[in-house]
Design a protein around this ligand. Structure first.
Ligand SMILES: [Zn+2]
Ligand SMILES: [Zn+2]
Length: 251
């Protein structure tokens, strides 16, 4: 499978980084993980139609991870996109209420026309979507925050997405033996903010979970000019990659 970074940034607008968004593509389907600001335009740049993803899975409800859900649903009403297959929206328990809130605000503009919209509140999982298995693991950020593990049953390869989180066992579990760990690294070592990871902490969790490769992402402005790579290297011996928007990684 392939993982494409659609947004390596945060809530703070950045000239080169959009808010959080990732696309996992495999032989038989594709899943969006978070749909933050800038995600839809990145898909357009890649020439990937909004009719392609089978699902959009949300790690939590903060706006830097969900802001383009309503625009996605609104765009899908345009017949030229030609979406007919089911779109599944996944989130932690409580996600349905979030979607209902959008419906109260936008009415029919966020309702499907020619396709079916399914809302899946994932407990532990797994759920089968687009040929992938998807697991959710509660993590330490907001009461409804989860990390995801996406596995391709055809070859057993797996990718773990931390979403936003502080150090917690849920993330160790989500990334256990994963071929790629996509971990947030919001603030540099020495500038720890509760509810988020530093590069050192991300490296430590990747080591404990024995993830094979680590991609650091979700960089707040405090990370600029810091040696994120070295801070992480002190705690993790495997391959470390730093996310940029539109980076593609084969797994
Ligand atoms: Zn965030
Ligand atoms: Zn958050």
């Amino acid at each position: 499978m392939e993982m494409i970074v659609l947004g390596s940034g945060t809530a703070v607008p950045h000239p080169k980084r959009g808010s959080a968004g990732y696309l996992v593509c495999g032989g038989s389907g594709a899943i969006l993980i978070d749909v933050g600001l800038g995600t839809l335009q990145k898909l357009a740049k890649l020439g990937i139609s909004l009719s392609v993803p089978n699902a959009a899975a949300f790690t939590h409800l903060h706006l830097d991870h969900t802001a383009e859900l309503a625009p996605l649903l609104f765009a899908l009403r345009y017949s030229g996109i030609g979406r007919t297959k089911t779109l599944t929206l996944c989130g932690a328990p409580g996600f349905r209420e979030f979607y209902d809130g959008l419906r109260r605000m936008y009415g029919a503009w966020v309702e499907p026309v020619d396709y079916t919209l399914e809302i899946e509140e994932i407990g532990r999982g797994p759920v089968s979507i687009g040929g992938f298995m998807l697991w959710a693991f509660p993590v330490s950020h907001t009461p409804q925050s989860v990390a995801y593990r996406v596995e391709d049953p055809s070859d057993g390869k797996s990718i773990a997405f931390s979403g936003d989180t502080d150090v917690c066992e849920g993330l160790v579990e989500a990334a256990r033996g994963a071929d790629l760990a996509v971990f947030e690294s919001s603030f540099p070592d020495g500038h720890k903010v509760v509810g988020h990871l530093t590069p050192g902490e991300a490296g430590e969790i990747a080591s404990r979970s024995k993830a094979k490769r680590l991609l650091l992402t979700h960089f707040y402005p405090e990370c600029e000019g810091e040696d994120i790579f070295v801070q992480c290297r002190n705690h993790y011996a495997g391959e470390i990659l730093l996310a940029e928007d539109l980076l593609r990684i084969s797994v």
